[in-house]
Design a protein around this ligand. Structure first.
Ligand SMILES: C[S@@+](CC[C@H](N)C(=O)[O-])C[C@H]1O[C@@H](n2cnc3c(N)ncnc32)[C@H](O)[C@@H]1O
Length: 260
């Protein structure tokens, strides 16, 4: 997850998709893009509230939240460089470099927690610990929002197992997405009720999605970096083909929950 090595010296074929996109300067790394993040925030009235973000990464949602003037903000990420960069950019916010479920935040002290494109990178034991941690930190009635991906309910275990291996291979990082129904069970079992849920196809069209997420200027810079690096171009093509094939199984979703 380090970001200090320049792109020219990076082993493009083998680094994780998250590290590669970060190096390209991509800020939005979630399956439903910025539109889903904006929709989530329309459910959370964060003005003058205490907010925690698990895994802010490059900070695209931190920026959206900061514009809504929360009373306090804490970001928790295992990526030290991401935490350092965000600490410099937002001196009034706190960034903790640790696993989301290993923090010293006081129990029942926060109003909102948001986590995007992180839980499926964690195995089911850690997913549960993170969800329990969210429940511990939130005040009663506080909201927890997840933006991630799920497998369609009708798929067999064998198909899912196979798909997980393929996605992990493409991402060069182990991933653990679960079925829509499994997400719901996991969240309901751990003290939450559902306020809103929405899913959509993960977006395929790189240039369009890039412009929507990053804005035209940053999108152009990223496209130029891709065009002039044969290895990156090859990796992007591989990912695009895989996303097109995997979209029949995996969907982007968000879920907004209330602590009971
Ligand atoms: C794909 S990026 C998503 C970043 C950002 N949320 C976004 O949607 O653009 C995944 C992020 O999750 C962080 N991460 C993964 N597992 C974590 C954990 N258990 N605790 C905290 N951060 C974690 C990574 O360091 C990385 O910043």
């Amino acid at each position: 997850m380090r970001n200090r090595i320049p792109l020219s010296k990076v082993d493009v074929d083998n680094i994780s998709v998250y590290s590669l996109f970060s190096k390209l300067g991509k800020k939005v790394l979630r399956p439903g893009g910025k539109p889903f993040s904006r929709e989530i925030l329309s459910y959370l009235d964060v003005f003058e509230k205490d907010v925690v973000e698990f895994a802010p990464g490059p900070g695209a949602t931190t920026l959206l939240i900061s514009k809504l003037n929360p009373k306090s903000y804490i970001g928790i990420d295992i990526d030290k460089d991401a935490c350092n960069k965000l600490s410099k950019k937002y001196p009034n916010y706190k960034f903790i470099n640790s696993k989301a479920h290993e923090n010293n935040i006081e129990s029942e002290s926060k109003d909102f927690i948001i986590v995007e494109a992180m839980l499926s990178l964690n195995n089911n034991v850690d997913k549960k610990l993170i969800i329990k941690e969210a429940n511990r930190i939130l005040r009663k009635g506080g909201c927890f929002a997840i933006h991630d991906m799920f497998y369609k309910n009708n798929l067999s275990d064998e198909t899912i197992e196979c798909s997980r291996d393929e996605v992990s291979n493409i991402f060069r990082q182990k991933v653990y997405p679960i079925k829509e129904q499994e997400w719901k069970e996991l969240l309901l079992e751990n003290g939450f009720e559902i306020i809103a849920i929405k899913d959509k196809e993960r977006e395929k069209s790189m240039p369009l999605k890039l412009i929507k997420d990053e804005g035209i200027f940053r999108a152009l810079l990223i496209i130029i970096k891709i065009i002039f690096n044969k290895q990156i171009k090859k990796r992007m093509k591989e990912m695009k083909t895989s996303i097109t094939q995997k979209n029949q199984y995996l969907r982007a979703f968000y879920i907004v929950l209330k602590k009971k």
